[in-house]
Design a protein around this ligand. Sequence first.
Ligand code: DP6
Length: 349
Amino acid sequence: WVLMATGRSPTNIAVIKYWGKRDEALILPVNDSISVTLDPDHLSATTTVAVSPSFPSDRMWLNGKEISLSGGRFQSCLREIRKRACEFEDEKTGIKIKKEDWEKLHVHIASYNNFPTAAGLASSAAGFACLVFTLGKLMNVKEDYGELSSIARQGSGSACRSLYGGFVKWCMGKKDDGSDSFAVQLADETHWNDLVIIIAVVSSKQKETSSTSGMRDTVETSPLLQYRAQTVVPSRVLKMEEAIKNQDFESFAKVTCADSNQFHAVCLDTSPPIFYMNDTSHRIISLVEKWNHSEGTPQVAYTFDAGPNAVLIARNRKTAALLLQKLMYYFPPQDKDLSSYLVGDKLIL
Ligand code: DP6
């Protein structure tokens, strides 16, 4: 017999960035972070996991290609889920798996992303969130999403925020064992429906410096990081929580843009410096800054992760339509460097 489960997890975009670990093995961050989870119809991972007594080993396929499972991160997630597995019994098929039997059963995992992997669009976030969620479903795990988020965290830090929809905070926690480092939902996906997220795909190429090695270098060499983590982020997190609660776009946009810029400043402060944004990214920032300035109040917020792609958050649909027009004008479609996706409304250019 074969027992299967399938799950889907969207990716999330941080508006207060996670950058830097205080514990590399457990993936514990140096500061809290806040993100928006995208609509799963656009950028998500879909994973099917199967167990069978006839599987001789654990195996995984990513977008149809077999990948190695020797990495510690995958093993941590699998181990933590197996520990919490519960007895399973299905009357129809007669399949019965005792709690202690899960340890002996091997898994086969097939996962697909509907967007470019490692293009700075946080594919590992959706991937590990989906893996943990689906393994938990298969192994009849009873833990709540908070507990699952702290397991997903051990796969990839940002993954813990993808267990919830809407606006999510990853609380860094203080304990050495990481038991208080998990995600909480600040507001669900129905809150603040006006916002429209547009991702300008500046490049879908693989990024040059992975987040993991980039943040390791930053922790080791950047004097600015400590100041950011200890002095700047704590007050920004409070401001951001207020802005989300009150749907205060002006404050939301100011904090989002400032935090993206400080994250990239910290990258520049790393030795050797890390450049994630390129000329096109910088031109997009200028376009948004000028527009916001000329309106007297922000219309659009921008944020960039570990890559050149721009995530643009428009205050409403009307602004989003105008933004797309501007992007098309300044970065015409024949400019092979940039195509844009309107996320949240099914329109893809
Ligand atoms: C810039 O979660 O990919 O997207 O924990 O090493 O797997 P690891 O890193 P990862 O880092 C994401 C960094 C970021 C900011 C963010 O999502 O908060």
